[in-house]
Write a protein that binds this ligand. Sequence first.
Ligand code: RB5
Length: 147
Amino acid sequence: MKIGLGSDHGGYELKEYIKEYLKKQNIEYIDYGTYSQESVDYPDYGEKLSKAVVSGEVDRGIAICGTGIGISIACNKVKGIRCALCGDTYSARMSVEHNNANILALGGRVIGKDLAIEIVSAWLSAKFQGGRHERRINKISSIESNL
Ligand code: RB5
């Protein structure tokens, strides 16, 4: 599995920390920026990451800004993205099992680094359950297609 990472300056530090974790786990990743603490606009990075997920360049993405809110809203504007902002491991697991979330959003200024790693780990090991959840995901896609 190849993971894409994207953040603004508010998520930069946590993004770098998550990269170290992914390296240790031998999980391949592409870093779509930002590459420093300099102030940038989170929609730019949410869009880059989301397009990489939708095109298949990466399998899933992790999006980080200060709260995780702005970047998750931006990611969810890209057709085909189901971005879940999570602050606990249960939601992270369920976001994949039930919602087939293809991007996990985190708040770099909200959660501690160790919790973030536990959330990432729960999210990465979760599998979409399909069945009735597939029907609901399809309904989300048709909302998108009918816009
Ligand atoms: C940037 O200061 C901050 O607004 C951003 O990282 C994020 O929290 C927005 O939702």
